[in-house]
Design a protein around this ligand. Sequence first.
Ligand SMILES: [Zn+2]
Ligand SMILES: [Zn+2]
Length: 197
Amino acid sequence: MTDMTFSCACGTVTGTIADVGPSHGDYVYCHCTDCQAVPKLLGAEERILEQAGGTALYQTRCARVSFQSGKDRLAGVHMTDKPTLRWYASCCDTPLFNTYANGKLPYTTILLANCNAEGRAALGEPRGHLHLADAPGDTDGLKPMSMAALLRSFFKRLVKDVFSGDRRRNPLFDPSTLQPIATPRRLTSEERAQLDT
Ligand SMILES: [Zn+2]
Ligand SMILES: [Zn+2]
């Protein structure tokens, strides 16, 4: 079993994703406009965005994430009126995780730009690229993947997280209320629109 470590750009927020690999989670790229807007908002495009505005992501069971340091520096933002919650390190504005708005729908997706090379190597090849229609630039050679395919894998993990009780062992959410440990802000439509230009 390989554990993958992560760190924000300045090294204040650090931790581990336990037991990573193709049979434990999904390694994908997302090119949706929200994923592109998060690093723009935080000034982290150079660190996060790869070919055709893609963000390398790994989605896994919610209780596999643990923090070694800096958990109190986590902050959250909603890019739209939708539930997806974007977590970042407020010490250096590094985008770190995507989750649902609360812990009731358990999944944690880590942005792989923050992870160690050995851990990333254990993930194998990406399953594919989500939302290629939203990608800027050249998408030649990038394998498309549908959200439906990702949701099927997510649903299997969700069932395990709910029935094992792991849903309440997610360090990003309060175990009793399942609310986020840091109260997120939500961008106004004007703030969001500025990031699309
Ligand atoms: Zn930092
Ligand atoms: Zn996305």
